[in-house]
Design a protein around this ligand. Structure first.
Ligand code: GLU
Length: 158
């Protein structure tokens, strides 16, 4: 079962979030990832197969300055798509990053709906559809709260 940690605040540090994610390692997982808004207000996503320590090393290497205004992190238990770095969460679309525990039962229908609108896919997961839907509605001009509500209204499952 996956683990999810999130923080918001001016003094967050991506490494602190990973400390919390390690507390959830006992739940079992195949890969891990983190999304954080860095000191320059850029959304960063780092993902790795295997232990949270590997993710921590990857974050240090890619982003030596890992101060963060907001972070979400995830340990994945794959249900849709192989346990590889490309399928690890968070899934990003534009400025949306999503972590998820569960299964989107209607993800194939949603992928078809998105494909008809010219949206492409980078993963084999059901979860990616959440990020793509939210980004689609943001691109249509909906405010973030409404984009999230519209997205959630289309999801079946957990
Ligand atoms: N359906 C998600 C996936 O396979 C579940 C991830 C999870 O719960 O850890 O990516």
């Amino acid at each position: 079962m996956c683990g999810i940690v999130g923080t918001v605040g001016p003094f967050c540090d991506a490494q602190n979030v990973l400390n919390q994610l390690e507390v959830l390692e006992y739940r079992g997982y195949d890969s891990a990832g983190i999304a954080f808004v860095d000191a320059h207000n850029e959304l960063r996503v780092v993902r790795a197969v295997g232990e949270v320590q590997k993710l921590r090393d990857a974050v240090f290497e890619a982003h030596p300055d890992h101060k963060s205004m907001a972070s979400i992190a995830h340990t994945r238990w794959a249900t849709h798509g192989a346990p590889n770095a490309g399928n690890a969460h968070p899934h990003r679309a534009g400025n949306v990053a999503v972590v998820h525990n569960g299964i989107i039962e209607n993800f194939k229908d949603l992928r078809g709906w998105l494909a008809d609108k010219g949206v492409g896919f980078e993963t084999d997961t059901d979860t990616e559809t959440i990020a793509l839907l939210a980004n689609h509605y943001l691109n249509e001009g909906l405010p973030p709260r409404d984009a999230a509500a519209q997205t959630i209204a289309q999801l079946d499952g957990a």
